[in-house]
Write a protein that binds this ligand. Structure first.
Ligand code: GLY
Ligand code: MN
Ligand code: MN
Length: 524
């Protein structure tokens, strides 16, 4: 084909250059026929379904008479006609119980059953409003019949390309929610809007198409839209984040599962540590071993694994992981398996590459470990606020920095708001909430997050560290070029106790050394 022909072809069409469309109009009929009947009995009610009504109750009572729109989000192009693996918005996952790669372009609508005063809407069955303020309706693209073009020719939705797709009935079985075709979403968003005091809020910046639809529906109904509805929409996003602060029994069991599998992943990294130590990109050897376990036993990684050997441990988000793992150094590994349900662990351990901490490494490691213990003890004090965890851990680290003659000012000055000299060696927060997002509940207000008293069901990390850069002239030479972080995942139990979900992952000096030796022994 000559250059001129190419010029006439629209740029956006060229992505189809590889396709060999069959022009025969009977082809869809041919390729869609003569298949054995579907075996639908493998779709069962999902484990989160029983927990959804309580989540809707807690959310719904804050938004009586309001239609709440929570998109999953669209597929994202990686390049040309290949997409990234799909991952739904976390609020959508939380309120549908869907995980894995379910369900691109879907939209959850929490449909109000009452007006804004809590009076049942006329068309609603009274039974339903006895214990619910909203009804969850999941709009998605159900599978197309086998005789359709979509079945064999649509690389995003066709079953030839992406495997079995759910019908409306199957999705209802799986989620326990009402389900409807995504094609009916526009009408559903507009229905009765502005009447019976029905209002609408949407989680913004997730799905442009759905957002446009919702804005148009509000505009047509004479309701505030665009910038005039921004604050109302942001309140919904905040509420969805706050709703996840305290985990229910199902969520806790998923988090425990993620932590347990993460431990296996760490052991598999320890198994290959001798190979990593002899490899010019040893950090990648470790990263790869963990990634394999994350995919085998979970949905994947909860976040990109950090493997920082030697001085790389001082780069907080070191995910390049292309360095060697040298004998005599320590290696810091921050990794978490995300379960199929999308709940993730977030664990850091720091290992001596040769299996034994040297005296300086011991000193730094023990300081960080003491900071962990102080934060956990703080979590177990009556009335502990989330922000106290950080303060308890940092106080210990400041004591050590002072004892070692590193702190350039008094401990009091360093801890004062205008001091903070210790941040040169401990620059990050000690704790964050953990759940479907590794940094969960991030849109909750300061009052509900930092300033809140710990409550049963809260799950968070404790992760102090000390990072001594190789070029830091303020520290003695012997400390330079190493970083230590120890990160555990903690749950507040019904009785108010703070308990590590990661208790079984060794953390003391003796236990880490023994663990490393044991893994090598097992390997034989
Ligand atoms: N892995 C990210 C963090 O520890 O917060
Ligand atoms: Mn981490
Ligand atoms: Mn963390």
């Amino acid at each position: 084909m000559g250059g001129n022909d190419n010029m006439e072809q629209a740029l956006e069409d060229r992505v189809n250059n590889r396709s060999r469309r069959v022009e025969n109009p009977n082809f869809a009929q041919y390729i869609g026929s003569n298949w054995l009947p579907r075996q639908n009995d493998d779709v069962v009610r999902g484990p989160a379904a029983d927990y959804l009504p309580e989540r809707y109750r807690k959310l719904g009572e804050q938004f009586l008479g309001e239609r709440l729109v929570i998109p999953a989000g669209p597929l994202k192009v990686r390049s040309n006609d290949t997409d990234y693996r799909f991952r739904a918005h976390s609020a959508f996952a939380h309120l549908t119980g869907l995980g894995g790669e379910d369900e691109p372009d879907a939209v959850l609508v929490c449909e109000p059953l009452t007006d804004r005063q809590g009076t049942p809407l006329p068309e609603v069955n009274k039974h339903e409003t006895e214990d619910a303020t909203h009804r969850g309706v999941l709009y998605f693209k159900p599978r197309a019949p086998r005789g359709s073009d979509e079945f064999y020719a649509d690389s995003r939705y066709g079953e030839f390309w992406v495997g079995p797709r759910p019908s409306l009935e199957e999705m209802e079985t799986l989620t326990g929610l009402h389900c409807a075709d995504i094609d009916t979403l526009g009408d559903a968003l507009a229905k009765n809007l502005g009447q019976g005091h029905v209002q609408l809020r949407i989680v913004r910046n997730v799905d442009v198409t759905v957002e446009k639809m919702a804005q148009q529906a509000r505009k047509d109904a004479g309701l505030p839209y665009g910038d005039d509805a921004k604050t109302a929409d942001e309140k919904l996003e905040e509420a969805l984040s706050t709703l996840r602060l305290c985990k229910d029994a199902y969520e806790i069991s998923e988090l425990q599962h993620s932590v347990d599998v993460t431990k296996i992943g760490f052991e598999e990294m320890l198994q290959v540590l001798p190979e990593a130590a002899g490899h010019h990109r040893g950090e990648r050897v470790l990263e790869g071993a963990f990634a394999a376990r994350a995919r085998i036993d979970g949905n994947g990684l909860g976040y990109d694994t950090i493997v920082g050997a030697g001085n790389h441990a001082c780069t907080l988000h070191w995910i390049t992981n292309d360095g060697p793992v040298n004998e005599g150094d320590m290696v810091l590994i921050d990794a978490g398996v995300e379960a199929d349900s999308l709940y993730t662990a977030d664990i850091t351990r720091t290992f001596p590459v040769n299996g034994r901490f040297n005296p300086v490494q011991r000193k730094v490691y023990q300081a960080v470990l003491d900071a962990c213990e102080a934060a956990l003890a703080q979590a177990n004090t009556q009335g502990c606020k989330f922000r106290d965890l950080h303060d308890a851990a940092v106080k210990v680290l400041v004591d050590y920095l002072d004892e070692w003659g590193i702190l350039p000012v008094s401990k009091e000055e360093s801890l004062s708001p205008n001091g903070q000299h210790h941040r040169r060696w401990m620059p990050h927060g000690v704790s964050h909430h953990l759940g479907i997002d590794v940094h969960d509940c991030a849109q909750a207000s300061k009052e509900m997050y930092l300033d809140a008293t710990l409550e049963p069901g809260m799950c968070f990390t404790i992760e102090p560290g000390l990072y001594f850069h190789k070029d830091d002239a303020m520290i003695p030479k012997e400390f330079r070029g190493m970083g230590v972080r120890i990160e555990d995942d903690v749950i507040i139990t019904e009785s108010g106790a703070a308990v590590r979900l990661s208790e079984d992952i060794p953390r003391t000096i003796d236990d880490v050394e023994a663990w490393m030796a044991e893994v090598q022994r097992r390997k034989g």
